[in-house]
Design a protein around this ligand. Structure first.
Ligand code: PXL
Length: 284
C-alpha cells in the first residue's frame, strides 16, 4: 500500500530547503506527501538579507479541523523548520491527532548550526523543540542542535566518545527509538552522521569526503532521504549511509556547476541515483 506522509515545514520560495526538498524527495520514493506549511519566506534565511517571512501559525487550526472532518491519518509525520513557538505547541497536537499506532514520527529540530541559532530562532525555541522531540520515533539534530537540546555548549571538536554520549543522552532524555546526529567530523578530511538504535544501543557511522563550505538545505535533504530509506525498511545504519551519499552527490554537482550556494544544492538530477539506491528503480 502506498505510504502517506505529512511534511510540516516552511515553504521558502527560493533556496532549496524544507518543503521544496521534502516534497520532491519523498514523492520520488513513491510516498504520497501532504504538506502543512508553517511559514512562507521569499528565500531560505542562511546568508540572506531582506527576506520576507509570513508566519502561518493561525492557519493550522482551520486546516487541521478540515482534515479531522475528512478523517485523515498519516503513515509518516515529518516536522522541520517551524515559524513560531506557539506553532511548535500546535504541531505536537497535530502529531497526536493525525498519527496511527504505527506511524513513523520524525522530528528534525531545525534551529541552529555551527554553534549558532538561525535568524528567527531563539533559546526559547529550543525548549519547545525538546517537547516536540518527545513525540518522535526518530530525531535528526545536527551537532549544534544536539548540544542545544541537551542544554550543553556546542563543541566543534567533539570526539567519538563525546558524540556517543550525546546519542545515548538524546535517546534517554527524549525517549526516541533512534537518534541521528549530523555534521560530525573526527578528522579534517571526512564529515558524517552517527546513529543510535535505542532498542539495542548499537551505534553506527556513515562518513563521506568533507567539503569545507556552508551548504544550505543539506540537513533537509539528508533527513528526507533518511525517511525514504527507513520507510522502505532499511536499517538505520544503511539509511544514514544512503542519505550521506545522496547529499554528497548533490553537493559535488553544485560545486561543479558553480551556482550560488545560498540557493541550495542540485539534488534534483541525483534523484534517479537515489531511487536506484533505495531499490525502487523499475525494470523497463
Ligand atoms: O534547512 C533548514 C531551513 C529551513 N527553512 C528555512 C531556513 C533553514 C535554514 O537556514 O532558513 C527558512
Amino acid at each position: 500500500m502506498q505510504k502517506k506522509a505529512l511534511a510540516i515545514h516552511d515553504i521558502s520560495c527560493i533556496g532549496r530547503c524544507s518543503l521544496t526538498v521534502a516534497l520532491p524527495i519523498l514523492s520520488a520514493a513513491g510516498i504520497e506527501t501532504c504538506v502543512l506549511p508553517t511559514a512562507v519566506l521569499s528565500t531560505q534565511t542562511g546568508g540572506m538579507t531582506g527576506f520576507t517571512f509570513h508566519d502561518l501559525t493561525n492557519e493550522i487550526a482551520p486546516i487541521t479541523a478540515h482534515w479531522r472532518a475528512l478523517g485523515q491519518r498519516f503513515d509518516i509525520i515529518y516536522t522541520g523548520y517551524l515559524g513560531s513557538i506557539t506553532q511548535a505547541r500546535l504541531v505536537e497536537r497535530v502529531i497526536h491527532d493525525f498519527r496511527k499506532p504505527d506511524t513513523l514520527v520524525v522530528v528534525d529540530p531545525v534551529m541552529a548550526d555551527n554553534g549558532e541559532y538561525y535568524s528567527m530562532m531563539t533559546p526559547e525555541f529550543a525548549e519547545e523543540m525538546r517537547a516536540l522531540c518527545r513525540c518522535a520515533d526518530i530525531i535528526t539534530p545536527n551537532l549544534t542542535e544536539a548540544a542545544f537540546l541537551l542544554g550543553k555548549p556546542y563543541d566543534p571538536c567533539a570526539t567519538r566518545e563525546t558524540v556517543e554520549v550525546l546519542l545515548r543522552e538524546l535517546v534517554e532524555r527524549f525517549g526516541v527509538k533512534k537518534a541521528v546526529i549530523t555534521g560530525i567530523s573526527f578528522d579534517k578530511d571526512t564529515l558524517g552522521a552517527a546513529a543510535i538504535d535505542g532498542a539495542t544501543g548499537a551505534i553506527s557511522y556513515a562518513f563521506t569526503e568533507c567539503i569545507r563550505a556552508v551548504f544550505h538545505g543539506t540537513g533537509d535533504i539528508f533527513c528526507s532521504t533518511l525517511i525514504c530509506a527507513v520507510a522502505g525498511g532499511k536499517p538505520i545504519a544503511k539509511a544514514i549511509r544512503i542519505a550521506m551519499n545522496f547529499t554528497l552527490r548533490a553537493i559535488q554537482r553544485t560545486l561543479k556547476a558553480g551556482t550560488d550556494l545560498r540557493l541550495g544544492v542540485q539534488f534534483e538530477p541525483e534523484l534517479p541515483y537515489l531511487i536506484r539506491r533505495l531499490g525502487l528503480m523499475p525494470k523497463l
